[in-house]
Design a protein around this ligand. Structure first.
Ligand code: ATP
Ligand code: MG
Length: 525
């Protein structure tokens, strides 16, 4: 029956004793874009693995455009038109971006000459914003570029059914709008799309229907707006976001995406009654005469000929939360890496507790009390979840290790349940939880959080931010890279805005919020 692009009939996927997908039945109509949302670990990426053939179902049937593909290997499904992206990108690291694309293009449906492959690769490179890095090794791309490459590789297959696993995570508003525009365009080119996303603006702008998964089962499916307003979905997934959503429901982006995308879920924004972020008593006001905990002066970092940071002056005082804002590519990750010692400085100085940091190896910097929770996670597959956490405390006494583990598990109960598993045998969001918990384990004086909410469900982000407020009360300072500006500003005592590697603006949240610089950057003018 060709009215359906995809029919899943009671499909299951087990990992050991756990049902990641549990006798799930779901259809995607030909011509439809279906969103799949749900808590971290709900089974969304597992579903993509089943459809793409990366994993075989323990039971059930998968039908693509009327053809039973349950027994077909992934490569065959790719030839039949199933294209997918990976939530945690997996390009061939030692091939260039173009070579990665070419390889995917060879699997594409239909006839293709070498010349046509080259031409198509070139078009896709342009379209996905990868032309300038076409000859760069894929392994050296920053995370968000690797994600674009995931999409480019999927497109090179000329898919009929496109499976997109969390492309919106880590993007700022203007980039989210570009993503929405791209998905809307792709809708006209591919038959059907399955879109997995924690960014509700993308869901509501692009998908007519939404399915909600929880614990491997279908919690509900229906018209996107109805589903997002469902109290059960709010309880399992959206959290307060849902309440604010209902309050704002007149202002949702329209289905054609023409209206400006507010950062979704709109609910993750400050509830109107929330007090403006006031500096805690512990944090000295900006410009106070106590020496800052961390101080960067005239810092410059170059990668080859590219200037990633120039003339950056920045301070973080003891106990202070500083938000670092800016578009992707503005230099935020580079700045965090420079502080933690993973990229060398071209010029300038970094001092921590009034001692020079620059030039020290990362492990010495971390021993001084600086933790770095990185974008891209660095979770070790050969270690269990618990061993990954304990890496942060190499020399601690047993009682202390136990106490810190308990605190980590209290913050993220999902980790406690899976403590004996390999650190990478978890969902994308759960791996992010592990990376955050590990950074906290060391009880550092300063934590560098790079894209802390990446891949986390809205309700988990709310819990996390409540936890960060408590952690701040213990006097731990934070440098917070966060794409959700309002969320970052609510927690922060001060903020810096980076534009093309330089500080364009800094100050208290109220001043930053009102600045045209920020508006231009995030909303686009
Ligand atoms: N390789 C693996 N080995 C063992 N268990 C796994 C593996 N990958 C995922 N799981 C488990 O399967 C369940 C579903 O995971 P899945 O990755 O499908 O979730 P998800 O809905 O994509 O979550 P997220 O929003 O965090 O990406 C979770 O309990 C997870 O811990
Ligand atoms: Mg996932």
């Amino acid at each position: 029956m060709a009215d359906y692009a995809l029919q899943l009939e009671r499909v299951s996927l087990h990992y050991g004793g756990v049902a990641a997908v549990d006798e799930l039945s779901l259809t995607v109509a030909d011509g439809e874009a279906l969103a799949v949302i749900g808590p971290n670990g709900a089974g969304k990426s597992s579903l993509v693995n089943l459809i793409s053939g990366a994993r075989r179902p323990g039971g059930g049937r998968i039908v693509l455009f009327g053809e039973d593909i349950t027994a077909l290997p992934a490569a065959e499904r790719a030839r039949l038109g199933v294209g997918r992206t990976h939530q945690i990108p997996r390009p061939f690291a030692r091939m260039t971006v173009r070579e990665n694309l070419r390889l995917a293009a060879r699997y594409a449906r239909g006839e293709h000459s070498l010349a046509s492959i080259e031409e198509r690769c070139e078009q896709i490179l342009q379209r996905c914003g990868l032309a300038e890095v076409a000859e760069v090794m894929a392994g050296s791309l920053p995370l968000l570029r690797r994600k674009r490459l995931e999409l480019a590789r999927a497109l090179a297959l000329r898919p009929r059914l496109l499976l997109m696993d969390e492309l919106g995570a880590g993007l700022i508003d203007s980039e989210i709008r570009a993503l929405i525009g791209l998905v809307l365009q792709l809708k006209r080119e591919v038959n059907s799309i399955v879109l997995i996303e924690h960014v509700m603006d993308v869901v509501s702008a692009c998908c007519e229907r939404t399915a909600v998964l929880a614990a491997g089962k279908l919690l509900s499916v229906g018209a996107t707006r109805t589903v997002l307003d469902d109290p059960a979905v709010a309880a399992a997934y959206l959290g307060q976001a849902a309440a604010a959503r209902r309050a704002h429901s007149g202002k949702l982006p329209s289905a054609n995406g023409a209206s400006p995308a507010t950062r979704a879920p709109p609910a993750t924004r400050a509830p109107p009654a929330a007090p403006a972020a006031a500096p805690p008593a512990a944090a000295p006001p900006a410009g106070s005469r106590t020496a800052p905990l961390l101080s960067l002066s005239a810092v410059a970092v170059h990668y080859g000929g590219v200037r990633a940071l120039r003339g950056v002056d920045l301070q973080v005082h003891a106990g202070e939360v500083v938000a670092l804002l800016g578009a992707n590519g503005a230099g935020k990750t580079t700045l965090a890496n420079a502080v933690s010692g993973t990229v060398p400085l071209q010029a300038g100085a970094i001092r921590f507790e009034d001692q020079p940091l620059a030039g020290l190896p990362p492990e010495r910097i971390s021993a001084r009390g600086v933790s770095h929770c990185m974008e891209g996670r660095r979770v070790f597959a050969s270690l269990s979840v618990e061993e990954n956490l304990l890496l942060a405390l190499p020399r601690a006494a047993r009682a202390q290790r136990r106490r810190r583990l308990e605190a980590a598990y209290e913050l993220f109960p999902a980790l406690a349940q899976q403590r004996r598993k390999s650190g990478t045998a978890m969902s994308g969001g759960q791996q992010q939880m592990l990376a955050i918990a590990r950074a906290l384990m060391a009880e550092p004086k300063l934590i560098l959080f790079d894209e802390i909410s990446l891949g986390l469900a809205p309700i988990v982000i709310e819990q996390l931010y409540r936890a960060l407020a408590r952690i701040r009360e213990r006097g731990i300072a934070m440098l917070l890279v966060e794409q959700d500006v309002e969320r970052g500003l609510q927690l922060a005592d001060r903020a810096y805005v980076l534009v093309h590697g330089a500080v364009r603006l800094s100050g208290v949240p109220a001043a930053i919020r009102d600045s045209p610089v920020l508006r231009e950057l995030y909303v686009g003018t």
